[in-house]
Design a binder for this molecule. Structure first.
Ligand SMILES: *Cc1c(COP(=O)(O)O)cnc(C)c1O
Length: 422
């Protein structure tokens, strides 16, 4: 804890919140599939004095002086991102995944234009046109869905029909609660057929792609990829936009981020992105990405053995969406609470065409990126899945639950959160 000496001395209230979170992360298992543990090097970059600097503009084209080192660090982040994803252009300034998507929409669309994206209860993300988001005041969103929620296959015929009817300018792939691979060639073919940009939001699977454990959508003809840097990619909280090869699109993206939507870039975060991309370029990251998938498969096998329905019939990536209400009669919210009480953090989630509301849906969503960083292999992951099912089956037995809590604490002690990965 000695890295917080100054805060501890100066601001006891903030220190106690940070210390509490540190303890919570150390003592519990993080199964939220969009979370991860960053390295000490990433945290050092985020805490660096680069936070002091205004650097509006781009390397070599800034609005203020004194940019020798900000330029150097942003160029490093850009070059490493390009190499990781085989992109010709990268913008590393988006403050978050949501900002990256908003910039992408404004770069490629005129107000009133249409986007064809994944239905939100079938796995799509809030930023893909949920009615509560203000982006829907500017653009029109239409939907594709799974053909069969138990195989996860997308209904590509219906997708083409909707595309022909709605004439979208963007065909948007990508998801936050979908456990199978998409047929990238079909997305690109549909986009070409209606003259739309093929775009994919890889926020959840960026680390799997960077580590070579999942296909690279650029190999199938996608023009643009948006992402976060803090999920499977294991970097600081932030956004990223990659352009396969079009200089024209890359210029529009840069303009949309700055001056279109953002002010000064967060140079300390960009430094941390550069560090994280450096880690992801290391051969050890390939092993990490592959282990994420093996671990998810190990958890899938346990849920299958207990006859718990998984959306998509299982998983081909880092996450599982389980229908705990349909299979065990336990609503998602209650399941989230029971598992939280034994030290397992995950989230309730809607399932395809959920008959329950978004605030108390039928499913839970969980994944392996963080526990894989922690060093778990298939054996530990299968054990964790068994504890999850055991806890749900004994949800009203306090003594039983506290026994599981003790076992989880012991497991956490055996696997401390690591500080370096390369
Ligand atoms: C997480 C996520 C985002 C949003 O990222 P933030 O950094 O939280 O704004 C966007 N798209 C998808 C698919 C995501 O999973």
């Amino acid at each position: 804890m000695n890295q917080y000496d100054a805060i501890k001395k100066q601001d006891e209230e903030v220190f106690s919140a940070i210390a509490g979170e540190e303890e919570r992360e150390a003592q519990g298992l993080e199964l939220i599939p969009s979370e991860n543990y960053v390295s000490r090097a990433v945290r050092e970059a985020q805490a660096s004095i680069l936070t002091n600097k205004y650097a509006e503009g781009y390397p070599g084209k800034r609005y203020y002086g004194g940019q020798e080192f900000t330029d150097a660090v942003e160029v490093l982040a850009i070059e490493r991102a390009k190499k990781l994803f085989n992109a010709k252009y990268a913008n590393v300034q988006a403050h978050s995944g949501a900002n990256a998507n908003i910039a992408m929409y404004f770069a490629l669309l005129q107000p009133g234009d249409t986007v064809l994206g994944m239905d939100l209860s079938h796995g799509g993300h809030l930023t893909h046109g949920h009615p509560v988001t203000y982006i829907t005041k500017f653009f029109n969103f239409v939907r594709y869905k799974m053909k069969d929620a138990d195989t996860g296959e997308i209904d590509y015929d219906d997708m083409l029909r909707v595309a022909k009817e709605a004439k979208p300018k963007i065909v948007l792939a990508g998801f936050s609660a979908y456990s199978r691979e998409l047929d990238y060639a079909k997305f690109v073919a549909i986009a070409r057929e209606v003259g739309a940009y093929a775009v994919i939001d890889i926020a959840h699977i960026a680390g799997l792609i960077a580590g070579g454990a999942a296909k690279n959508p650029f190999d199938y003809g996608f023009a643009v990829m948006t992402s976060t840097t803090h999920k499977t990619l294991r970097g600081p909280r932030g956004g990223l936009i990659l352009v396969r090869d079009s200089e024209e699109i890359a210029k529009k993206i840069d303009k949309a981020i700055f001056p279109g939507l953002q002010g000064g870039p967060l140079m300390h975060i960009i430094a941390a992105k550069a560090v994280a991309f450096g880690e992801a370029l290391d051969p050890s990251f390939k092993t990490y990405a592959e282990q994420i998938l093996l671990n998810a498969k190990a958890m899938e096998a346990v849920f299958r053995a207990h006859n718990i329905r998984m959306l998509g019939g299982g998983t081909s990536n880092h996450l599982i969406l389980a229908d705990v209400f349909g299979s065990l009669g336990i609503p998602g919210k209650e399941a989230e609470g029971v598992l939280d009480s034994v030290g397992i953090t995950l989230n309730k989630n809607v399932i395809a065409d959920d008959t329950r509301g978004a605030l108390d849906p039928s499913g839970i969503r969980f994944g392996t990126p963080a526990i894989t960083t922690r060093g778990f292999k298939e054996g530990e992951c299968a054990q964790v899945a068994e504890y999850m099912v055991d806890a749900l089956l004994h949800k009203d037995d306090a003594a039983h639950l506290s026994g599981i809590r003790a076992t989880i604490t012991e497991l956490c002690t055996r696997f401390p959160i690591p500080e370096t990965f390369v």
